[in-house]
Write a protein that binds this ligand. Structure first.
Ligand code: GMT
Length: 375
């Protein structure tokens, strides 16, 4: 199949999922064309099955906002025609499904039919998409998609609650490719980050409000009072500065390492003991799954799709949003005994295999077949 993938090329989960999916599809022999404004962060190796087409938005001083959707839909039309692309898969409804629909309609004028699969990722529904200023356009473009998928059952339910959706939403969970991680277990350099007796706790996100970064710091503060530990904070975003200040106020700045964005999270996760994800909402929690495959136990909130990934008392613990006391207590429960920690770590790695790419990829391929047949 010749497939065009539209996504955000940044460190966000939706971009990561889209990129990893495209790479896996190319490995299965499909021809994959990424169409976005920058080369996706995890797309390092271009092969003869992977193409990247950059969307340029010409700057014009008349415009207060440069029209990215217009440039994207034009680029889609040109690329689809030039390469004979058969299917369009857009990740994140805003504005990708909208631009995809416009491209579809323009192509129809020329007698070309291209089915569009839209994958909903979370914030495009629960945070941004439902805003009254976007809702009609998001609602419309979801309904105009030939196939709609969501990354968790919970996100499907939220979408049906928040929008007036006429078509079926198929749940295809996010996935993980174990083969990409296992080779790195040997080069864990734990000693770079902490001393022998210290446990390593990690948080990875885009440091937005929804991640409840102050909760991460507060949980760690409580843990480190009882167990020698270091906290590694990976990522960039608006809450980072406040987090650094909070660490200083609490007198734990020397125990918290801020690393910024990283392309090598597996190298950090492979020496981590515990992952903190106390988010306000999370449609799936890909970062937690990436931690799990690296044998890291999870302390998270019990919101959104997280309970579909982190299992209470098995791979970690889940608490109500904001209940930092309970999250810290549970973390201490896991960390204070090596045998218990080992059990949670093993369980996490085992449970992550339910999301193995080899199980999930055929689900996408089946969806593509279905979309192509609908033509
Ligand atoms: O987590 C973010 O803020 C980024 C966002 C994105 O679209 O990149 O992540 C969403 O999609 C990920 C991949 O499907 C999910 O794992 C995240 O849970 C989801 N984030 C939220 O729902 C807040």
């Amino acid at each position: 199949m010749k497939i065009a993938i539209v996504c955000y090329p940044t460190f966000g989960g939706s971009g990561v999922v889209a990129t990893e999916l495209g790479i896996a599809l190319a490995n299965r022999g499909h021809e994959v064309h990424f169409i976005t404004y920058r080369q996706p962060v995890r797309l390092e190796l271009l092969s003869n099955k992977i193409y990247f087409h950059e969307v340029h938005v010409p700057e014009y001083p008349l415009f207060h906002y440069q029209p990215y959707e217009l440039a994207l839909s034009s680029k889609l039309v040109d690329t689809i025609k030039l390469f004979g692309i058969e299917l369009l898969h857009v990740h994140y409804a805003i504005p990708h499904a909208y631009a995809g629909y416009m491209a579809k309609k323009m192509l129809e004028e020329e007698g070309i039919y291209i089915p569009m699969v839209t994958t909903l990722h979370g914030t495009d529904i629960t945070l941004v998409g439902k805003h009254p200023f976007y809702r009609p356009a998001v609602n419309f473009s979801i309904n105009q998609s030939d196939v709609v998928t969501s990354v968790s059952q919970n996100l499907k339910e939220s979408t049906l609650e928040l929008f007036d959706i006429k078509n079926e939403i198929e749940v295809i969970p996010n996935f993980i490719d174990k083969r990409k991680y296992s080779t790195n277990f040997t080069d864990c350099q734990r000693s770079l980050m902490a001393s022998e007796d210290e446990k390593i706790i990690t948080h990875i996100s885009n440091f937005r409000k929804v991640k409840r970064i102050p909760d991460v710091i507060q949980i760690f503060n409580k843990i480190q009072k009882q167990i020698p530990a270091k906290l590694i904070m990976v990522g960039e975003g608006p809450e980072k500065e406040g987090a650094e200040r909070l660490c200083e106020e609490l007198g734990i700045a020397n125990k918290v390492i801020f690393l910024g964005n990283s392309n090598e999270i597996d190298r950090i996760l492979c020496f981590s003991d515990l992952f903190l994800l106390p988010s306000q909402t999370e449609s799936f929690g890909l970062a937690a799954l990436e931690a799990m495959i690296n044998r890291v136990a999870i302390i998270s909130s019990n919101t959104g799709g997280i309970p579909e990934v982190n299992r209470q008392g098995v791979t970690g613990y889940l608490s109500d949003v904001g209940n930092v006391d309970e999250m810290a207590e549970n973390a201490i429960k896991i960390l204070s005994d090596d045998q218990t920690l080992e059990r949670f770590k093993n369980n996490a790695a085992k449970a992550a295999m339910d999301f193995d790419i080899m199980k999930v990829l055929p689900l996408y391929e089946a969806i593509y077949e279905k979309a192509l047949l609908a033509r």
